[in-house]
Design a binder for this molecule. Structure first.
Ligand code: PLP
Length: 345
């Protein structure tokens, strides 16, 4: 094996236990879209279901259908807009649908499709859904099972979060709807006690321990194998475009993963890897399938170094790469083996 994402299911359970101290299991929607943020959504689904979670959020029809095949009982909501000509098929499989426009409602009425519909209410993200002046008409035409909105800045803008919250509550309180939901991971972590209770809490990154890592444990450890080691006999450039010059006597190790595996090339000459208590700098430009580190005598052929995980936080890596942990997790490509570990008790 050249590269692997070790998925620590005990850490997932730990995170779920921490969350469920505050939020009852039956109010959690586990967001497992995008292959469960790279962790493998079938396994994450099974673990969450075993834990007692019954509601799941996905992004695509395919994701919903795969989960429905595994399990008939779980509730599933597709959080994005989907093609109306799929509504009938989805409803037959008891998959909840997000409604974002009057065109979609017309389609439902014209084709008389009974389904579980969640109205997307845009309280200030500008992505999907109806504005506050449209909701009344929506509800006259369609009896929804849910209404939801999405926070843009629960991690860093309390003022805007309150603004969105007020907008959501002012409209949603007028109607008797089974599932009213607003909070995502950051919203749930920071504002759970502050806001009045919702019927569902849509949790993604927090379950995976990709952010808020002082409270939650990282579930994924991204690792790759040392495939080659040499000691330089003279000063030498390392990698494409000669961005790093190593010195005679330096020990250079090659690691068998690259940007095609999901290691951001922008981390070239910036980041490091972890092995047995030490950190080693990534030197030269990261290649498609490999990269090089400045090693020492403790690095052995066949060792697996950590790219991010328990010892190198994915959120710190994301900062270095000018992005967010979500993107790094989702970028771990399909050719990286997912290896699931769990303590047997
Ligand atoms: C992805 C997504 C979530 C989960 O967001 P986290 O920040 O990972 O908790 C919640 N709600 C919607 C609508 C989403 O698209």
């Amino acid at each position: 094996m050249r590269a692997r994402a070790v998925i620590n299911l005990d850490n997932l359970i730990y995170n779920l236990e921490v969350i469920s101290d505050k939020i009852p299991k039956e109010k959690i929607m586990a967001v497992i879209k995008a292959n469960a943020y790279g962790h493998g959504y079938e396994e994450i689904f099974k673990e969450c279901f075993k834990f007692g979670i019954r509601f799941f959020g996905v992004a695509t029809i395919e994701e919903a259908q795969v989960i429905r095949k595994i399990n008939k009982e779980a509730k599933i909501l597709i959080l994005s807009a989907v093609e109306p000509n799929m509504y009938y098929e989805l409803s037959k499989n008891n998959i909840d649908i997000t409604i974002t426009s009057f065109e979609e409602i017309e389609y439902i009425i014209n084709n008389n499709i009974e389904g579980n519909y969640h109205i997307a209410y845009d309280t200030g993200m500008g992505r999907l859904g109806f504005n506050e002046f449209e909701i009344e008409e929506v509800i006259k035409k369609l009896k929804p099972v849910g209404i939801f909105s999405h926070l843009t800045s629960a991690d860093n803008d309390e003022y805007y979060t309150r603004y969105q919250y007020e907008k959501f509550i002012n409209i949603s309180k007028k109607y008797d709807i089974k599932y009213k939901h607003l909070l995502n991971s950051f919203g749930s972590e920071k504002y759970y006690d502050f806001f009045e209770s919702f019927d569902l809490y849509r949790l993604g990154i927090l379950m995976y321990g990709g952010e808020l890592t002082n409270i939650y444990k990282p579930v994924m450890s991204f690792e790759a194998r040392i495939s080659y080691i040499k000691t330089l006999v003279e000063d030498s450039y390392i990698g494409y475009s000669n961005t790093y010059k190593a010195k005679k006597g330096d020990i250079i190790a090659t690691v068998s993963a690259g940007y095609a595996d999901g290691i951001f090339r922008s981390l070239s000459n910036k980041s490091k890897v972890y092995l047995r208590g030490k950190y080693y700098n990534i030197i030269g430009n990261i290649c498609m399938d490999q990269f090089m580190i400045l090693a020492d005598n403790d690095v052995k052929l066949g060792d697996f170094v950590e790219i991010f995980g328990e010892n190198i936080k994915v959120e710190e890596q994301a900062n270095l790469a000018n992005t967010i942990s979500y993107e790094l997790l989702c970028a771990v490509s399909p050719r990286v083996n997912r290896v699931y570990v769990k303590e047997e008790i």
